[in-house]
Design a protein around this ligand. Structure first.
Ligand code: PRX
Length: 644
């Protein structure tokens, strides 16, 4: 099969991107539309070293552009308005839709005009809580068009989690829909938003407008709870607005979106991305890592509620003028062959998904794959967690018929786009390795003292030098931004991941080294789960660790200590899990609750998670030194209760 880039071309381009980042990225940036060009001496201004002053990352400063214009108008103006921008496949196999670039522009403009009419201005936040309808990318683009800052909240988060985000970013408008069906299950999204707005009002943040899309396939208008004066039906107002709306030209460093993600401590962090650098980076990574061609039909199974959906459902593909498939339903509904049914139905050429889905479909058996031709596929992609070689081989041999390269893309909410990834066909693949850095990215592996290691090595993955797609801060918390990412190893961005480099220079990601769990590709802070558990009146203390899980990658294992005198029971176990579901969302529910009369702590009171991890994974001969514990007896007690 023919691919655009050879290994030598990559090496040449990579070298140039490192030797002359300003020149390299300027040339690429010039292929976009800028109302006003950036100042040539300010292509990139950066300080990644806390010892030298505040952290600062700026790209294309002084430039004025608009990402929505570049993703939509640019293609309509170039005469490609009739090209399909989005196919939409609903929960049921007979539900579908599509939008050309011209139609997309009309819809984006109408919503943008509506938002303006209710007073949303440049810099205002808008929270979006929508399932994978085309209205979700439309809403993101409409915000971007008028310079508003969107904050998409994954439609699996609970009312409390939405309220926390609303309280932090104080949106003028919340956009949602009345309900969605995922598989057989009806999820009343509007009810969840209603509850979150009651919560956020208690925190002093009142949202004036809840724009609600009527998702007729899931729920009728008349069955939807309504608060007159605050709630507005999308279909009643948005279509009445003009299909033309002037673009707000924003500075390259003006905020584009806020996306909350989990860290190892405290509440979720509002990762802030700005406009110019993110635009250039999302588009360029998409183009090369998937060897994009204008005839491609591209499908990414991620939800726009996560960064993958931002960069590789909405912005990256549309900035390249691609045709994107948006799928509303569950990947195994009505049966585990649904993905391949969709691939054949639309002639999908690039299929980008997560290891957890691959493992779950692998478990269901190849018969569901073999039923479909899949001959349109040419490039496969994986993201979200390390892909184990068995799953990699199944994806490659069974799904891709041993002819489609796999781009195993390593990156993060914070990085905006791919950081380490294969480029199709450019070099030999190794199952489970994300291979080599993308242009402009300088990964370094450091030891615990922050010393760079070379050659074959294993340690903490950091990045030296900024790249255009890097996040610029944590919203409202510059201190946490610096402390979490730049203080651990001076002079570098610290990813929170472990990594091994082999003798051929390939990178192998080994998972998080902080207290973050990656369950089904969802990033979950142990501290958040613990805080949800201890909010339960009968829970005195909780310690959460990750354990290996066959399908999810990592499972969530919670040790809980109960309030004195409270007996442990199955009902209590269920209500503890309920506490997590209602404070975070079902995806964060612990797989296992382990009743712990006491937790292993050091004499200074610090919980020894290392020991808990070993107990949780039943590696009892690897407990290590327990003599520093305040009460070494708790370990035996915990082991004896493992099967409770
Ligand atoms: O641990 C890494 C893992 O996912 C984390 C980032 O999570 P999030 O910000 O939610 O973004 C997920 C989608 C980019 C990373 O710190 N991760 C992501 N991709 C890979 C990965 N681990 C190994 N290999 C990957 N390809």
């Amino acid at each position: 099969m023919f691919f655009s880039m050879t290994g030598n071309q990559y090496l040449e381009m990579y070298q140039r991107s490192i030797d002359d980042p300003a020149g390299f990225w300027s040339e690429i940036a010039e292929t976009f539309y800028w109302k006003q060009k950036w100042s040539p001496e300010e292509v990139c201004t950066e300080n990644l070293d806390v010892t030298k002053g505040p952290i600062k990352i700026e790209w294309f400063k002084g430039g004025k552009t608009n990402i929505c214009h570049n993703a939509v108008d640019r293609y309509v103006e170039a005469g490609d308005g009739a090209k399909i921008a989005m196919y939409w496949e609903g929960n049921e196999p007979d539900q579908d839709g599509k939008l050309t670039y011209s139609e997309l522009l009309d819809k984006v403009c109408q919503l943008a005009n509506y938002l303006k009419s209710v007073g949303v201005e440049k810099g205002d936040a808008v929270v979006i809580y929508l399932p994978m309808l085309m209205e979700l990318p439309i809403a993101m683009l409409a915000c971007a068009r008028i310079g508003a800052v969107h904050s998409v909240v994954f439609a699996g988060f609970s009312a409390d989690a939405i309220a926390q985000r609303i309280t932090d970013c104080k949106p003028k408008v919340v956009i949602t829909c009345n309900a969605v069906k995922r598989g057989q299950k009806l999820i009343p999204l509007k009810d969840i938003v209603d509850a979150s707005l009651v919560e956020s009002a208690k925190n002093g943040v009142t949202v004036g407008i809840c724009l609600t899309y009527e998702n007729q396939l899931a729920m009728k208008k008349e069955d939807t709870q309504w608060i007159a004066g605050r709630d507005v039906w999308w279909q009643d107002v948005v279509p009445n607005f003009p299909t033309r709306c002037d673009v707000e030209w924003v500075d390259a460093e003006d905020p584009l979106f806020l996306l909350y993600t989990s860290g190892s401590t405290g509440k979720p962090k509002g990762v802030l991305h700005t406009t110019g650098g993110y635009m250039v980076y999302a588009a360029t990574t998409f183009k090369h890592a998937f060897d994009y061609k204008p005839t491609d039909i591209y499908w990414c199974t991620a939800d726009c509620g996560w960064i993958t959906g931002h960069s590789y459902v909405t912005y990256g593909p549309l900035l390249n003028g691609a045709t994107v498939l948006v799928y509303e339903g569950a990947p195994n509904y009505p049966d585990p062959g649904r993905c391949w049914d969709i691939v054949d139905k639309y002639g999908v050429t690039i299929f980008y998904t997560a290891p957890t889905l691959i493992r779950s479909l692998m478990r269901d058996g190849s018969v569901y794959v073999d039923r479909y031709s899949r001959k349109s596929l040419r490039v496969l992609g994986s993201v979200g967690e390390p892909i184990n070689p068995t799953a990699w081989r199944w994806f490659y041999n069974v799904v891709g018929d041993s002819r489609c390269p796999i781009s195993d893309t390593w990156w993060q909410t914070e990085t905006g786009g791919f950081m380490i990834t294969p480029l199709p066909g450019a070099w030999p693949q190794k199952p489970g390795s994300a291979t080599f850095p993308f242009f402009g990215v300088q990964p370094v592996i450091v030891d615990e003292k922050g010393r760079e290691m070379t050659g074959e090595c294993s340690g903490y993955l950091c990045i030296k030098k900024s790249w255009p797609g890097a996040f610029r801060t944590l919203y409202g918390d510059k201190d946490r931004y610096e402390t979490t990412y730049f203080k651990p190893f001076s002079g570098y961005y610290f990813s929170g991941d472990g990594c091994r480099r082999d003798k051929d220079g390939y990178h192998w990601l080994t998972g998080r080294v902080d207290d973050v769990i990656n369950a089904s590709g969802h990033r979950i802070g142990t501290a958040e789960v613990e805080s949800a558990l201890v909010s339960h009146p009968k829970c005195a203390e909780a310690a959460v660790v990750g354990i290996d899980h066959e399908v999810k990658g990592q499972g969530i294992y919670a040790f809980v200590t109960l309030v004195d005198g409270v007996p442990y029971s199955d009902d209590l176990r269920k209500s503890l899990i309920m506490a997590v579901r209602s404070q975070i969302g079902a995806f964060a529910a612990p797989d296992k609750i382990h009743w712990a009369p006491g937790l292993p702590k050091t004499r200074s009171g610090k919980i020894m998670r290392r020991i808990l991890r070993k107990i949780a994974s039943r590696q009892l001969d690897e407990l290590g030194d327990t003599s520093t514990l305040a009460d070494p007896g708790v370990v035996d007690q915990l082991i004896s209760l493992s099967d409770s």
